[in-house]
Write a protein that binds this ligand. Sequence first.
Ligand SMILES: *[C@@H]1O[C@H](CO)[C@@H](O)[C@H](O)[C@H]1NC(C)=O
Ligand SMILES: *[C@@H]1O[C@H](CO)[C@@H](O)[C@H](O)[C@H]1NC(C)=O
Length: 160
Amino acid sequence: MSLHSLLIFLSSLAIVFSYHQYREFKCKTPTNTIRGGPDRAECHLELKAEETDTGRPVPTGLGCWREDYKGEEREYCDIVCPNSHTVFISFIDQGHRACFNFLTYQLEKKDNETYLWRSGKCLNSTVNYRIGCKFDDPFETQFKTDNDVISHLRARARRV
Ligand SMILES: *[C@@H]1O[C@H](CO)[C@@H](O)[C@H](O)[C@H]1NC(C)=O
Ligand SMILES: *[C@@H]1O[C@H](CO)[C@@H](O)[C@H](O)[C@H]1NC(C)=O
């Protein structure tokens, strides 16, 4: 085997030995507006192992809380990717009129957890995100079942 093909072989192994998860984070207002209407959106998280899987929804609002940031309200939601080394948004509705990255929403790491916050008109908009998380170890080493994920989210709700 040449050095070149050996390197290709090793980098394909590295891809195989990184573990990933996907999330859908879905927010909906009564009028389904993407411009920020008079109503708060209700949001829920869906768990997925593969990007193309059907999401396994957790109860609406679970893992979310409100915080004041320099006089502006933010809603933070736990996306349940603790101890991931990479988190990224793989999809958001195109041409959104109220949800803008770094302005009215952002992924934010705190300690070993990652949250998605929204603010301003994005709080009152229908919006759908798909988020990917990458881990060094299989997700099941942290959460054996979806009930463990739900307990984690409930525990967070109690802390805030
Ligand atoms: C969002 O909805 C809330 C609750 O209905 C309302 O009080 C608030 O003014 C709305 N925010 C915006 C930016 O329209
Ligand atoms: C996050 O890290 C802290 C210590 O760094 C640890 O006690 C805690 O269990 C970790 N949380 C998770 C969900 O792994």
